[in-house]
Design a protein around this ligand. Structure first.
Ligand code: HEC
Length: 165
């Protein structure tokens, strides 16, 4: 009698579990979760090199902004560079190259100070330090063939680099 009662309860419990596990609501939730996981996996994330190509544009614009004493534009460009490096840390946290991004800080701080003080000589020195740091990281990450230098011409002919007044 006791054993029959036990096996009866076991059947009831298994029945309850299996009916829970296969209830339409749970199936629907599982399906939604799988769809969401797929969407996250398929969502677009720019690659490390794509972020770098954007950094390159702002690095070049920065030179023409600073050498034309266009300090508001120079300030904007250096902050764009800083933001992209922050994005790289966030979106490519798994890449070991991202651990080296901190090496840019002294050059960026120096550039921030030069722009704040509207000091052209300091701007030029900071730009050299910035560019050398780009190249140091390229060497450290086995991309020494990507050599960055001070640009000779503005990256776009359709933008004015002279200050407004
Ligand atoms: C943390 C290290 C690091 C720093 C700092 C860094 N880079 Fe890079 N850079 C890389 C790596 C790694 C690649 C190769 C990316 C890839 O795998 O596609 C790269 C690639 C590039 C490329 C090649 C893109 C192309 O298709 O030609 C350019 C341009 C570039 N970097 C510009 C810069 C500039 C400008 C700076 C400084 C303002 C800079 N990088 C700072 C690591 C760095």
């Amino acid at each position: 009698m006791e054993d029959r009662y036990k096996s009866f309860m076991a059947v009831v419990i298994i029945g309850l579990f299996s009916s829970c596990a296969t209830s339409p609501e749970v199936d629907e939730l599982n399906e939604k979760m799988e769809t969401l996981q797929q969407q996250v996996a398929d969502s677009y994330k720019p690659g490390f090199g794509e972020f770098m190509s954007i950094v390159q544009v702002h690095h070049e614009k920065l030179w023409f902004a600073g050498t034309n004493a266009n300090w508001p534009l120079a300030d904007f460009e250096v902050h764009e560079i800083e933001e992209i490096f922050e994005d790289l840390k966030q979106f490519h946290a798994e890449r070991k190259e991202s651990e080296l991004l901190g090496m840019m800080d002294p050059a960026l701080d120096s550039m921030d100070a030069a722009i704040g003080q509207q000091d052209t000589a300091m701007f030029r020195a900071s730009y050299l330090l910035l560019t050398n740091t780009c190249n140091s990281c390229h060497i450290a990450t086995e991309h020494g063939f990507v050599v960055i230098k001070t640009p000779d011409t503005p990256p776009f002919s359709g933008q004015v680099f002279l200050p407004e007044n």
